[in-house]
Design a protein around this ligand. Structure first.
Ligand code: LMR
Ligand code: MN
Length: 437
């Protein structure tokens, strides 16, 4: 240390860390200690403080200690937020803090550091601009994401990554018309990342919602040829490619176990109808049911009451429909399906659901009609291009990784049971190990 008593300079403290590491102190104990004592003596030496944070970070890596890492992050955040520090020092601190916070899974904190970086450096930091934009999208802040990706596109109008993300942030705000051009330009750039299926999915979704389905279909077809979707209609994200995909499954195409479920459910449909309808109030509303919240409805009222979710029984709900849950309890292919749900679904007349696909091809979906209006041909589910009507006490099975939509022009509400179960070609290992959805 003596030889570098100018500890205000980069070199001084850097060298200290270097000497420390040369001595075999891989955990940078000496340097962190010395730097700490320097900071305590000279509280305004922001650069040394930054180096202390850096050394602590190295030490945390070596010790694999989250506590030490949190201490490092705390110091770095202080420097980043310190208005007396030089801009360069603040940037360095913010950069490292953002990276470490992301590593710790602390998105909110990482976002704050990222904002600091890009807002104080209007022209620099193209990469950070994109990082911050992506974090905004992850936490659902689409308006802010749009702002950052617009800035990125201003800096480089040909950057495919920024273009598809700009398109995505616009689409998430229902700006269907506006998102088309950035999606198209981004996808056509063929840059890495732009082939991710969600960009095509939402681009096509915007086209469909604008009434331009033929264009969407054409694009989906091309994307399927390029291997981005399983097929033009099958556009799920989390897939096992070898699984057979077809819009509807006949009873005879399923295993014995599933056929038994099917029969048992159809036999007991009135019991389930009565239990679900007991939850209805005098205005034909279902106050315990949750509104569909993914923005899939064009018009109407669609609510669900969930009994199993990702393989977990919903105890509170099952207390209200105990006989239904007791009946289903042993149907392990369904109750253990961590990529699905079991639920009642109620849809009022006049409801229209946009064409959409589920997230995965690892499940199949059974619908059992519980209370279908007499004019049942006025309401239909369309899977791929095939229509299907609900009927009281009758089940059918479809694959919701295929595009599907609903038109309910009947004269009163429709109530059904939905039961997802593992795709029959999944093996036990896959059922145990795929991530829950
Ligand atoms: C869907 O799964 O999207 C719908 O078909 C559900 C429903 O209640 O019809
Ligand atoms: Mn659906």
């Amino acid at each position: 240390w003596k030889e570098t008593d100018d500890f205000f300079s980069t070199k001084g403290a850097k060298r200290l860390i270097y000497i420390d590491s040369q001595k075999g102190h891989k955990d940078y104990l000496e340097s962190t200690k010395t730097l700490k004592s320097l900071i305590d003596g000279y509280p305004n030496v922001e650069y040394v403080k930054y180096l202390y944070g850096e050394a602590m970070n190295l030490r945390a890596e070596h010790l694999r200690s989250n506590d030490v890492l949190q201490e490092a992050v705390k110091v770095l955040q202080e420097v980043a937020n310190d208005e007396n520090a030089l801009q360069d020092v603040r940037n360095k601190a913010a950069e490292l803090a953002a990276d470490r916070l992301r590593f710790l899974g602390k998105r909110g904190g990482a976002l704050k550091m990222g904002r600091l970086l890009v807002d104080s450096n209007p022209t620099r930091n193209f990469k950070h601009l994109k990082d911050v934009g992506v974090t905004c999208l992850i936490i659902g802040n689409n308006v802010e994401a749009e702002r950052y990706f617009r800035r990125a596109v201003e800096q480089d109008p040909t950057d495919g990554f920024s273009l598809v993300h700009l398109g995505f942030s616009l689409k998430m705000q229902d700006k269907y018309e506006e998102c088309l051009a950035p999606f198209e330009a981004g996808v056509k750039s063929l840059e890495p990342g732009t082939e991710e299926s969600k960009f095509r999915y939402h681009w096509g979704d915007a086209l469909m919602r604008l009434g331009r389905k033929p264009e969407a279909d054409e694009m989906f077809e091309e994307a399927a040829k390029a291997g981005i979707f399983l097929s033009k209609f099958q556009r799920s994200t989390y897939n096992i490619d070898r699984l057979t995909g077809r819009p509807y499954w006949k009873k005879s195409e399923l295993d014995k176990t599933l056929q038994i479920y099917w029969t048992r459910l159809e036999k007991k449909w009135e019991m389930m109808r009565d239990e679900a309808q007991a939850l209805m109030d005098e205005n034909l509303n279902f106050p315990n049911f949750e509104k569909e919240a993914e923005g899939l409805q064009k018009e109407g009222d669609w609510r669900q009451f969930t009994l199993w979710q990702q393989g977990r029984k919903q105890e509170k709900e099952c207390k209200l429909t105990p006989k239904t849950c007791a009946l289903i309890q042993d149907m392990k292919e369904a109750t253990g399906c961590r990529r699905g749900q079991i639920k009642f679904s109620v849809m009022k007349e006049g409801t229209v659901v946009w064409p959409h696909t589920g997230p995965t091809n690892c499940r199949l979906r059974l619908h059992l009609g519980l209370r279908v209006p007499e004019d049942f041909t006025n309401l239909a589910l369309t899977v791929a291009d095939q229509e299907q009507h609900w009927e009281n006490g009758k089940a059918f099975v479809f694959d919701d990784s295929f595009e599907h939509s609903v038109q309910h022009n009947g004269n009163s509400y429709r109530l059904i049971l939905i039961l997802d179960f593992w795709h029959p070609e999944m093996n036990d290992h896959e059922k145990r190990t795929v991530t829950a959805i």
